[in-house]
Design a protein around this ligand. Structure first.
Ligand code: SF4
Ligand code: SF4
Length: 350
């Protein structure tokens, strides 16, 4: 059974204590290049982990005489983070600079998102995965995840940040490609917003309604995010499960050369239905009050504990309520089968 440590959100100033208690010293060794994996937030998003909270993490890593850098990989949708230049600029706009955080931003899969290392995994869907180059070559990793709802996996936490977040662009395509959405003509207003976000120009207008060409669609799901009218729907059968399993297999690829070299921190604040890839405000509305921060050496336990804490605070299965067709436990079960961690945990409040 793995240990998970909880710190109340009002005590966020004690973040260094949380990191030390949960095992940072055991994970990070002197001279390590230590990747601090983040989501810098899409332009206009306000849910991302704040630079001021990242600074103490950087300082503790430096105290271990390691060399930290802040990192993420490119997105496949056409936002502001789909290449290294614009991604770095958004990170800087959101305050992730050397001055504020004490470490540089390095976009891990290169200028155009095609810099990756092929890693062998023994998965149900993949035998090898495409991990962003600079994350592969890092010696240790601190995975800082904003825990919130997610339109493909019910919630997004450490496993999602690790698996989807550390995959290079081609890897992200591989993880998404079993998801094929359709547009409900009764709800579509032909506003064309989804056109802007579709990375493959798969959406066009037919009889004043948007339609998706299944031959062009790569299943990234970004049109779901972009539509304010809930017109984009997924014909879900086993696909929610498949996406989550694929994310877990990518997480296994990240950890293949970093066993016992990763520490996870989930921030349970500003808990929204949608992920931080969504730029506009209405979908940023928090669903419940801020809870706190959890930390662990186990990516499965930390996500299970995070989901439990959110659902306890809500008094119901919040993620099932907001995304009814999704069984969010699928990612945890598959990660457990792959040996990434265990769902059983003990929680200690510090
Ligand atoms: S139509 Fe397909 S490729 Fe385009 S945004 Fe939607 S899911 Fe992605
Ligand atoms: S964003 Fe939604 S309403 Fe607008 S065109 Fe696309 S599917 Fe239709």
């Amino acid at each position: 059974m793995s240990q998970v440590f909880l710190l109340g959100f009002k005590d966020i100033g004690r973040l260094p204590e949380l990191l030390l208690k949960s095992g940072l010293r055991e994970v990070i060794r002197p001279d390590n290049f230590t990747a601090i994996k983040l989501h810098f937030g899409e332009q206009g998003n306000i849910g991302y982990i704040r630079p001021a909270w990242v600074r103490p993490v950087v300082e503790l890593v430096k105290k271990q005489q390691a060399i930290p850098f802040l990192t993420d990989a490119s997105t496949i949708y056409k936002g502001k983070r789909s290449d290294a230049v614009n991604h770095s600029l958004v990170a800087a706009e959101h305050g992730f600079t050397i001055e504020t955080c004490g470490a540089p931003v390095i976009i891990a899969d290169g200028l155009r998102g095609n810099s990756f290392q092929q890693v062998t995994v023994k998965g149900k869907h993949f035998t090898s995965v495409k991990i962003a180059q600079d994350i592969f070559y890092a010696d240790s990793l601190v995975c800082l995840s904003h825990f919130k709802g997610h339109e493909l996996s019910g919630f997004g936490g450490a496993l999602k940040n690790l698996g989807m977040g550390c995959g290079a662009k081609a890897g992200k395509y591989e993880m998404h490609n079993s998801v094929l959405p359709v547009i409900d003509p009764g709800k579509c207003t032909a506003c064309r917003l989804c056109f802007k976000w579709c990375p493959t120009q798969a959406i066009s207008l037919l009889n004043k309604k948007a339609v998706i060409d299944p031959n062009k669609c790569i299943g990234c799901g970004d049109c779901i995010l972009s539509c304010s009218f809930h017109a984009v729907q997924i014909t879900w059968n086993e696909t929610y499960t498949a996406v989550q399993e694929k994310i877990a297999e990518y997480a296994a690829g990240v950890l293949a050369n970093k066993k016992d070299k990763c520490l996870y921190v989930n921030f349970l604040n500003h808990i929204t239905a949608y992920c931080d890839c969504y730029p506009s405000q209405p979908k940023d509305k928090p669903l419940i009050n801020d809870i706190g921060l959890v930390a662990s050496l186990d990516p499965v336990s930390i996500d299970q504990a995070s989901a439990d804490l959110v659902n306890q605070a809500a008094g119901r299965d919040l993620f099932k309520e907001i995304w009814p067709p999704i069984n969010w436990a699928d990612q945890l079960n598959h990660a457990e089968i792959l040996g990434l961690g265990e769902r059983k945990y003990s929680l200690e409040i510090i």
